[in-house]
Write a protein that binds this ligand. Structure first.
Ligand code: GLA
Length: 727
């Protein structure tokens, strides 16, 4: 619920257990009052924390006021020396800004963001506040937009800037999507870091004076740092502590930081990274900043996680597959790499169909003359040496075996050794005169240019229409360098990175509109573009190129901190694992992949008979538990990355009728006794029956004493426990 108190000039955004409050000071400044556990509707103006800066002294000591007051949307150049949320420059070089309150509206429903992914909701589910601010000198109008959702402890923010001048241009050089100024309470900063095949490891640090945070200047959200941070009170656990989570619905360069100032206040900022960003607004033009999501929990990380999961499942992922069972796929990448032909793929499909697998995905290497990763990106026509007669005979053959067919493409890229590059060497993002930096021997197409965008889209469309293709894995295997677009004038070069992201979004929007039943899985060298922006288009994203079950424990724990299990691409692969060389039981690989979309990535014709025979059981498990895993409430029970010994999580059906606990052990140890795992979030006073042993437990004993994890042997063994409520 959103309210405005006319008398005290305060805005209050209430969610089931949080309140977000700010007000208008001196009839002009938006000052932040409070964000935290839900509070009442009494006079809250004393929370403004503007003490020592009396209105009568504000002319004399304006700087003291601006450099101390918790600001709702701070600007720079007029006395607030902390990092700013907004900076702009006029043609004459002026760049100081002031934003004064003009008016506001409160309405039912949720606004769409032009060209950008964003959360959505009906008039019954959401309420939106828009506050208009103005800089009378820069002639800029800034519309801060806030929405809250029925039943969820989340506040989402974005903004629109309009150049109200009749005759002069303005350049936006910094535009954060959200800002939060709060008193420090010994908060720790939690972030997710990684690398290729090691994405989203959880890391926590103390907040020191000055600025600390994460960001990407790589042109995508990246493997390395992730558009998510959280402030956590000291000793936060899964179930206790104050947590403020910030997630950015964007897939390009970002920054997310916490600044501790001289008065021990923390300013959190999240938005597009100002690196190489300069957006020109001609008179009358507008710019919309992407959406940032804030979630507050007074019950530790677990409640934050489940709020993000519910919000993203219900109000961000649009695909018709959102809550539905996905076909169990088998992907040939780790099975064959580039070395395959129709016959080989059909042999995989044949064995797969016998064991209940439902879709074959043909990965990289089917087009141009691509026999390794040095050529042919951009030449999206079939290599008939591998697939005689083209896609159709293969797809028909796969369909005849009762399997669906999916395909891999990397539409944003071009290989210098390709017909496309030979015809259009000027279509890449590159600086005239400088040899562009190659990565995986490939270059990035400048999708901001209409002719390049059209050609690329037509290539995707032509492939998808050429056969019965029901799934697309859309990859992006390098990051951006050599920032220059031949399609932009000099004073708009700073727009390239954001325009690139907008062009990708536009293509994915066109794709899901023209092919509404296609199952789209985004990917970027594993999980380098696993972010809420891409989730708006694809219900699932490839989590990591590391498919080792034990490495995946860390990667999936970090990913599931923010994202629902339903969107984590996870496959059972062969051993020794191709990335780390580890050998783990086939059963464990299945249990770990079951926490995601579930599928296979191995040569089913070559694995051992014993492993192959386990596939039908795993397939049955997926059909049995898939709905629970996709749509249930997720609880993190133990962390292998913290304790180095074992991992455990559970998923509880929304109505509490069913629970699936997964336990995975690391290296085996001699002479250890049974370990008890404490469950979380159960309704008190009810009982659950272990489906396998028949044993009945009260919900309290499961939460406070725990579930025994016995009968495990050997390294990396694992176990599922299915509990059913007994009424
Ligand atoms: C990326 C993907 C892999 C695979 C290869 C193909 O690395 O993450 O799954 O598709 O590209 O080149």
């Amino acid at each position: 619920m959103i309210t405005f108190c006319e008398e005290r000039k305060t805005f209050k955004l209430d969610t089931p257990s949080s309140s977000y409050v700010f007000g208008i000071e001196d009839d002009r400044y938006l000052v932040h009052y409070y964000y935290g556990r839900r509070i009442g509707n009494e006079d809250l103006s004393y929370l403004a924390r503007t003490e020592g800066t009396r209105p009568s002294e504000r002319l004399r000591e304006k700087n003291s006021f601006l450099d101390f007051a918790p600001m709702e949307y701070p600007v720079s150049g007029t006395g607030d020396y902390r990092p700013a949320a907004f900076e702009a420059q006029r043609e004459d070089g002026t760049c100081s800004a002031e934003l004064y309150y003009v008016n506001h509206t409160i309405e039912k429903g949720k606004l769409k963001l032009e060209g950008l992914p964003a959360t959505f909701g009906s008039e019954a589910e959401c309420e939106t506040l828009t506050v208009c601010l103005e800089d009378p000198i820069l002639k800029l109008k800034v519309f801060l937009v806030y929405s809250v959702f029925e039943g969820l402890d989340a506040v989402v923010r974005s903004l629109r800037v309009e150049n109200g001048s009749k005759d002069s241009n303005v350049y936006i050089t910094n535009i954060m999507s959200t800002c939060l100024d709060i008193d420090n309470d010994d908060y720790k900063l939690l972030s997710l870091h990684g690398s290729w095949a090691r994405e989203r490891n959880i890391e926590t640090r103390s907040i020191a004076h000055g600025t600390q945070g994460v960001g990407s200047i790589r042109g995508e959200s990246s493997h390395q740092e992730h558009p998510f941070i959280a402030l956590c009170s000291n000793n936060t656990t899964q179930t206790t502590g104050d947590v403020y989570g910030f997630s950015f619905v964007y897939s390009g360069n970002f920054t997310a930081s916490a600044h501790l100032d001289q008065f021990n206040k923390v300013r959190v900022l999240m938005g597009i990274n100002p690196y190489h960003f300069r957006w020109k607004l001609e008179p009358g033009e507008q710019f919309t900043a992407p959406e940032a999501v804030m979630v507050y929990s007074h019950e530790g990380l677990g409640h934050m996680t489940r709020t993000f999961h519910d919000l993203y499942r219900e109000h961000l992922i649009r695909s018709p597959y959102r809550a539905k069972e996905r076909p169990i796929l088998i992907n040939n990448w780790e099975a064959t790499y580039f070395n395959f032909d129709t016959e080989k793929l059909l042999s995989i499909a044949k064995e797969a169909s016998k064991r209940g697998i439902e879709m074959l995905v043909m990965d990289d290497g089917w087009f141009g003359v691509r026999n390794d990763d040095n050529s042919s990106l951009g030449d999206w026509y079939v290599n008939e040496k591998k697939l005689p007669g083209g896609l159709k005979p293969l797809v028909d053959g796969v369909n005849a075996l009762g399997l669906k067919f999916g395909i891999w493409m990397e539409p944003e890229m071009v290989s210098p050794d390709s017909d496309l590059y030979r015809a259009h060497p000027d279509w890449t993002i590159s600086v005239p005169g400088r040899t562009p930096t190659r990565s995986r021997n490939q270059l990035v197409l400048d999708l901001t240019r209409p002719e390049v965008w059209e050609h690329t889209w037509n290539s995707v469309k032509t492939v998808l229409k050429s056969a019965n293709i029901e799934y697309l894995k859309w990859d992006m295997n390098r990051q951006l360098t050599d920032l220059y677009s031949a399609g932009l004038p000099a004073d708009r070069q700073g727009e390239l990175l954001h325009r690139y992201v907008l062009a990708v979004y536009r293509m994915q929007e066109t794709l899901v509109t023209e092919f509404p039943n296609l199952l789209l899985e985004n990917c970027s060298g594993g999980g380098a573009r696993f972010d809420p922006g891409m989730l708006y288009y694809s219900p699932q994203i490839w989590t990591s190129d590391d498919t080792d079950a034990i490495e995946r424990l860390k990667i999936q724990e970090g990913t599931a901190l923010v994202y629902p299990l339903s969107c984590m691409g996870a496959h059972v692969s062969d051993c020794p694992n191709h990335t780390v060389g580890r050998v783990t039981p086939f059963k464990t690989r299945g249990h770990v992949a079951l926490a995601g979309t579930f599928g296979y990535e191995l040569d089913i014709t070559k694995i051992s008979e014993g492993d192959r025979d386990l596939i039908p059981t795993q397939v049955a498990d997926y059909h049995k538990y898939g709905d629970l895993v996709r749509n249930g409430d997720y609880y993190r029970l133990a962390s292998f990355s913290e304790n180095g010994k074992f991992d455990a999580w559970m998923v509880q059906k929304k109505d509490g009728s069913e629970i699936l606990v997964t336990f995975v052990k690391g290296l085996n140890e001699a002479n250890t006794k049974v370990r008890f795992i404490k469950l979380q979030g159960l309704e008190p006073g009810v009982s659950y029956k272990d489906e396998t042993t028949g044993r009945v437990y009260g919900s309290e004993v499961l939460m406070y004493a725990g579930l025994p994890m016995d009968s495990l042997n050997g390294d990396f063994d694992s176990k599922l426990v299915h509990l059913l409520r007994v009424d």
